[in-house]
Design a protein around this ligand. Structure first.
Ligand code: ATP
Ligand code: MG
Length: 339
């Protein structure tokens, strides 16, 4: 049977990149769920600790709550998909992490681009958690024997590591236990920062204007799109990510929301002949698409007891799978008392 698994970090309200690159696909999978599929979506609150911040606990608490409310607002239905907090089943995840870390080569982890991007470069300040977190991510997927993982482009390397560790484990213990998890991409797997289109849109960025949150007000969306970096190449708009990364990113966002091909989007914007009209058009599409999410979000954040019930239910159903699988895994490794 298929196990669809993915996670998002509670590092802030989700932005268009998270939505178009991942959460919208999560919703489509949720809406088309077949009886032979199991779907688990997690809030990766253990991963949120990899860049430690002082006096962060109350912020983390808020972020976790907002993350659940956002997923529900985006249309993930907890009756269909399990929604959990990673830390609540954290014992299972971190125990498998240990077994995998005994198989994970340092050289491989050193090549991870997210590590290279996020590390500070000062050995005395470098943390083991940030370095090792791709292995925890592999454990997150493998503890549920995940077969399909819907993520954005920036996660492709971590998914390769996951497949590598599954193979290593199977080969080491001479079993065919872990499946090889497939990466599932959406059509818009990489949304760029609005202010610097050579970088990806990222929650952890300090630049407020670089991203649009799914809960942003119409005014704020118009402001950010208005200030988005474009070019002065031509008053006719077409997709060319190399020469026109800013304009192409805007077209990519429209294509993602409307689920149209780039050809169709180019045709739709062919009657626009100045940057201002293009930006107004893009803002309109975003505002209209996000309106239902925004109103749902207010509803869910005001219903704490419903959020708690979703969490409890998600914990119970994921705990059951994780417990069963970890028992099997320990047996395979030789950590069981059936002498
Ligand atoms: P952080 O900067 O804290 O790492 P993030 O914006 O990268 O935050 P994550 O929680 O790490 O968000 O990622 C959640 C999901 O969103 C992942 O599947 C990731 O691949 C996807 N994603 C993140 N940024 C983008 C983007 N710019 N375009 C497409 N998908 C993205
Ligand atoms: Mg990220």
């Amino acid at each position: 049977d298929a196990v669809i698994f993915s996670m998002i970090q509670p590092t802030g309200v989700i932005h268009l990149g998270n939505f178009l690159g991942a959460i919208n696909t999560w919703k489509q999978i949720n809406d088309k769920k077949r009886p032979d599929q199991k779907i688990i979506y997690g809030i990766a609150d253990l991963h949120a600790l990899t860049i430690p911040k002082k006096d962060y606990s109350s912020q983390l608490k808020t972020n976790r709550m907002e993350a659940i409310a956002t997923l529900l607002s985006c249309g993930i239905n907890p009756q269909v998909s399990t929604i959990n907090f990673q830390s609540m089943v954290g014992g299972y995840h971190t125990e498998l992490f240990w077994y995998l870390s005994c198989l994970a080569p340092l050289g491989y982890l050193n090549r991870m681009t997210q590590w290279k991007d996020k590390k500070s470069g000062d050995q005395t300040k470098e943390r083991l958690g940030l370095f090792a977190y791709p292995v925890l991510q592999a454990a997150d997927i493998m503890i549920y024997k995940g077969t399909h993982v819907p993520v954005g482009d920036d996660q492709s390397q971590h998914l390769e590591l996951t497949r590598y560790l599954s193979e290593r484990f199977n080969a080491m213990y001479n079993v065919d236990y872990f499946p090889s998890a497939k990466t599932l991409y959406s059509k818009s797997k990489k949304i760029a920062s609005l202010s610097n289109p050579s970088k990806k849109m990222s929650k952890s960025s300090e630049d407020r204007l670089s991203m649009i949150y799914v809960t942003d007000s119409p005014e704020s969306i118009r402001e950010k799109i208005k200030k988005a970096k474009t070019d002065s190449i031509s008053d006719t708009f077409y997709f060319d990510p190399v020469e026109r990364p800013g304009v192409s990113n805007l077209l990519e966002i429209v294509s993602g929301f409307q689920q149209k091909t780039m050809k169709e989007v180019e045709k739709d914007v062919s009657q626009l002949h100045d940057y201002r009209s293009l930006k107004e058009y893009v803002s309109d599409v975003i505002i209209e698409s996000l309106a239902p999410i925004r109103s749902n979000y207010t509803k869910y954040t005001n219903d704490k007891s419903y959020l708690e019930s979703v969490i409890q239910q998600g914990y119970e159903s994921s705990q059951e799978i994780a417990h069963k699988n970890l028992t099997d895994i320990k047996k395979i490794i030789g950590l069981s008392n059936d002498f």
